[in-house]
Design a protein around this ligand. Structure first.
Ligand code: ADP
Ligand code: MG
Length: 560
């Protein structure tokens, strides 16, 4: 069918376009960055598909991106000879949002432009950012291996048109028909400086026409010039890379708008050879808890892009880490199946996890404020660590932060090391309480005796805490002990006089205990005199080996 057809955008796309035009209009330079980033992704995809079908290159294996402009037509064009798209791909990639977290994204919008701009950034505006600069966008694309091309065009409102067209080579041209007042983007110097600023790390050459000065004006010549450095950033030596370059590269691999919190760049040599460049983001993505989430570590083999989100390279509890791993040992035709059972991958993973944990330790030690920010965003994910990564349990435990009765606020700032440093003489356990809310933990009657004696107790109320505690039973040789479980033996923390006093009370209460037992019957396992309480008359206690009351409530709520 050669006829032109008009299709409607998915409702979410319409909403996203509106938001973007109204919230991100000041971020004009990112448009070029996003479109160049897409062109680079398209080249990566072609290289990867061509590994198993070399004919896809045709007679054009020299992958590049071209940026050009036309002052009279007021258009700016970004072209690539990457994978291209067929008609169906255009419809599904450009007309709809298939990303996970779409619903959460729209729900979390506040109407506050600054905040929302941030969220839109996290969500990945990519292609649609074109409408920040353009009031009409034309996309002409031809998929590798096909001779049919398709033209997509839209004014960024409700719909777009599609029609079959002729296109000489493989790849995609994106033509921006600039909005009124955006003529500064029809300037050679301006475009080149944006490209150097935002896209220097792109591995493909980004080509523009050389220009020369004539009569006080810069005019393009017929000669090409490569504007960017065009080498894989991670393969360069650390001392040659500026912080700005690391940050821009992060934005490219992570689809994040904000700068990363920290990064670690390593070249590993010896039995195994690989380069890793790993980033910790500043802010949690919306899909942190989404099983279908994309974006993680990009796997390369000798500079050739192999796959996105190689989930075998990072454990779940470090799923927020972004970056690149480039192996010199893996075969180029490595598949997800091979990754599942590769010793090489296991070793790379173990090495990379060490690097990330080291990076976090460094942050915790030297930049506590930044670490506090990290903890707010990712602490609950890191708490999955002790259960998932046995080998690094102690290291992870050292990175955990909790609220406690010391400051008595819900801020999670206390490390286990801090806690141990404040332990009372004779105290040999790390005491904690779990509850389904901070207030419930803080006001639990189980704490009374501890407060009276001035013994610190960790206050835990995150959902993940129970799960974490099932694998984290000690730290630095000190057992973690729930104050709501079993017999409360404060050991050396009680003196002889107190113990005498307690015995006496137990004698006196014997009749009362018998009566309570008969009344409650089967509903309780046992009734005991307690010395935990100073104000409350009674409290519920779980057996040492039973589920805690809090966990029991969680399971019930989950329908177990
Ligand atoms: P993202 O890059 O995060 O996937 P974008 O909005 O930037 O999101 O792009 C959406 C999709 O459109 C891409 O995933 C890709 O499939 C397709 N696409 C965009 N630009 C190109 C291009 N130059 N060549 C091929 N496909 C492209
Ligand atoms: Mg993109």
């Amino acid at each position: 069918t050669l006829t032109k057809e008009t299709l409607g955008f998915q409702a979410e796309v319409k909403q996203l376009l509106q938001l973007m035009i109204h919230s991100l209009y000041s971020n004009k330079e990112i448009v070029l960055r996003e479109l160049i980033s897409n062109a680079s992704d398209a080249a990566d995809k072609l290289r990867f598909e061509a590994l198993s079908d070399n004919s896809l290159y045709g007679n054009d294996s020299d992958l590049k991106i071209r940026v050009s402009f036309d002052k009279d037509a007021r258009t700016l064009t970004i072209s690539d000879n990457g994978i291209g798209m067929n008609r169906a791909e255009v419809i599904s990639n450009i007309g709809t949002i298939a990303k996970s977290g779409t619903k959460e994204f729209f729900q979390s919008l506040t109407g506050d432009q600054a905040k929302d701009a941030n969220l839109i950034g996290q969500f990945g505006v990519g292609f649609y950012s074109a409408f920040i600069l353009a009031d009409k966008v034309t996309l002409i694309t031809r998929r590798a291996g096909s001779d049919e091309a398709v033209k997509w065009e839209s004014a960024g409102e409700g719909d777009y048109t599609l029609e079959a067209v002729e296109k000489a080579g493989r790849g995609t041209d994106i033509i921006l028909h600039l909005r009124e007042g955006e003529d500064e983007f029809l300037n050679d110097w301006k475009l080149k400086s944006i490209i150097r600023k935002y896209s220097d790390h792109i591995t493909l050459p980004i080509i523009m026409k050389k220009s020369e000065w004539k009569d006080g004006e810069q005019v393009p010549t017929d000669e090409d010039e490569t504007v960017n450095k065009a080498s894989a950033l991670w393969a360069r030596s650390k001392s040659d890379i500026s912080d700005e370059e690391y940050q821009e590269f992060y934005k490219h691999v992570s689809h994040d708008f904000e700068n990363p919190l920290a990064w670690s760049h390593n070249r590993v040599e010896g039995k195994q050879e690989y380069i890793s460049l790993l980033y910790v983001p500043s802010r949690a993505p919306l899909d942190l808890y989404d099983r279908e989430r994309k974006h993680g570590i990009k796997l390369y083999v000798k500079r050739v892009f192999i796959m996105d989100d190689a989930e075998k390279l990072m454990p779940q509890y470090l799923r927020f880490v972004r970056g690149v791993i480039d192996s010199a040992d893996l075969p180029l035709n490595v598949s997800r199946e091979i990754l599942q059972s590769s010793r090489d991958i296991d070793n790379i993973k173990a090495g990379s996890v060490k690097k990330v944990l080291g990076l976090l330790e460094d942050l915790a030690e030297n930049k506590p404020e930044e670490y506090a920010g990290f903890w707010k965003e990712f602490g609950r994910v890191l708490k999955e660590g002790p259960g998932e990564d046995f080998a690094n349990r102690e290291k992870i435990a050292g990175l955990l932060r909790f609220a406690s009765t010391h400051a008595d606020t819900d801020a999670q700032v206390v490390s286990l090391k801090d806690y141990i440093g404040r332990m009372k003489e004779g105290q040999d356990k790390i005491y904690y309480i779990t509850a389904d809310s901070f207030a419930a933990a803080q006001h639990s009657p189980h704490l009374e005796i501890f407060r009276k004696k001035g013994i610190e107790v960790l206050l835990m109320s995150d959902r993940v805490d129970e799960w974490m505690l099932s694998s984290l039973t000690e730290f630095d040789g000190k057992a973690l002990q729930s104050v709501a479980k079993g017999d409360l033996d404060l050991g050396n923390l009680e003196d002889e006089a107190e113990k005498e006093q307690q015995k006496k009370v137990e004698e006196e209460a014997r009749d009362l205990i018998e009566r309570v037992k008969t009344t409650l019957g089967e509903r309780v396992k046992e009734v005991r005199v307690t010395h935990r309480l100073t104000d409350s008359p009674a409290c519920l206690v779980a057996g040492e080996n039973d589920l805690s009351g809090n966990l029991e409530r969680l399971l019930k709520a989950a329908g177990q």
